[in-house]
Design a protein around this ligand. Structure first.
Ligand code: NAD
Length: 282
């Protein structure tokens, strides 16, 4: 879908990080934006900084009634809907057997439930309009499994699967409606910085780890890899441009870091080799 001035976008998780950059990039193109987030203070401030073509709609994406209210507000304010970016996300980690049920629930209800609610509420509008595009922000973590991050990685794998099902379904009933599943690598936001600081605590900070020292020692190579990844963290504005390019080119899958996605191929090869699946004839 070509992005044009006068169109209307809804961006969730828009009070911080990639969501702010997306809202700013869209507003810069003359697209009117309904910004949604649970962080009401940051949301209101950011929306007012972006001008009068942007509205702040405090929304918990895990609550479908609030997502319905978001759609109603955007339509009442702007009269149309062209682009929906299900970007809100949260994370939790630790040994899988120790992650608290409340953390599993929070990650699942925001990351997966938020995307599902966005699809349930907005896709019927896009089908009825016969145009538009929906973006679901997943992660490379959904294609490549990391240790001690099962809730997050599993939620992102679910988003990838749901997006691909949605694309196939819309191909049959409304092929003009676009779908993109974005798999970012490291992007310089508070979410990524939180992970990077776990791997390399800032000087003077007490190292807080839920894991025993001997396990942490075994994880040193993984921690080093995370620290190296931090050096490749993209600015949010660049990540936003990559996402909007995927919308314009109608790409189902996009990443910010193609070279890091090599791990996804290694993973699927390992699975297929374990099955005894014959290699593809070259
Ligand atoms: N930063 C990265 O390196 C990276 C990598 C891969 C994927 N992602 C994904 O990108 C998306 C944006 O993350 P970010 O890095 O900008 O993080 P961020 O923490 O800066 O922003 C996430 C936003 O989501 C909001 N949010 C959380 N729960 C919500 C809820 N229930 N309802 C509405 N809003 C809610 C937060 O308030 C916050 O404003 C997330 O889905 C994240 O998983 C980020």
């Amino acid at each position: 879908m070509k992005l044009e001035a006068g169109q209307v976008a809804v961006v969730t998780g828009a009070a911080n990080g990639i969501g702010v950059a997306l809202a700013a990039a869209l507003a810069g193109r003359g697209v009117r934006v309904a910004m949604a987030d649970v962080d009401t203070a940051a949301l209101t401030k950011t929306a007012s900084d972006l001008g009068d073509q942007v509205i702040a709609v405090p929304t918990d994406v895990a609550d479908i009634d609030q997502v319905r209210a978001l759609a109603d507000r955007a339509l009442a304010e702007f009269g149309r809907l062209d682009l929906v970016v299900n970007n809100a996300g949260t994370s939790a980690g630790g040994p899988s057997w120790e992650v608290a049920p409340a953390d599993w629930d929070r990650v699942w209800s925001v990351n997966v439930g938020g995307v599902v609610n966005g699809i349930r509420v907005f896709v019927p509008h896009l089908i009825a309009a016969g145009r538009g595009h929906i973006v679901n922000v997943a992660s490379l973590a959904g294609l490549t499994v990391g240790l001690f991050g099962a809730p997050y990685a599993a939620s992102k794998a679910a988003i990838i699967s749901i997006s691909e099902s949605l694309r196939g379904e819309l191909d049959l009933v409304a092929p003009e409606v676009g779908v993109s599943a974005i798999c970012p690598g490291p992007v310089d936001t508070r979410m990524f910085r939180g992970l990077a600081e776990l791997a390399a605590p800032p000087e003077g900070a007490a190292a807080e780890s839920p894991l025993p020292a001997e396990v942490m020692a075994k994880l040193a190579p993984m921690m080093e890899a995370i620290t190296e990844m931090a050096e490749e963290a993209l600015p949010t504005a660049r990540a936003a441009e990559i996402i909007l390019d995927a919308v314009e080119s109608g790409k189902l899958y996009e990443t910010t870091h193609p070279t890091m996605a090599v791990a996804a191929r290694e993973r699927i090869d390992t699975i297929l080799e374990s099955f005894g699946t014959p290699a593809r004839a070259s």
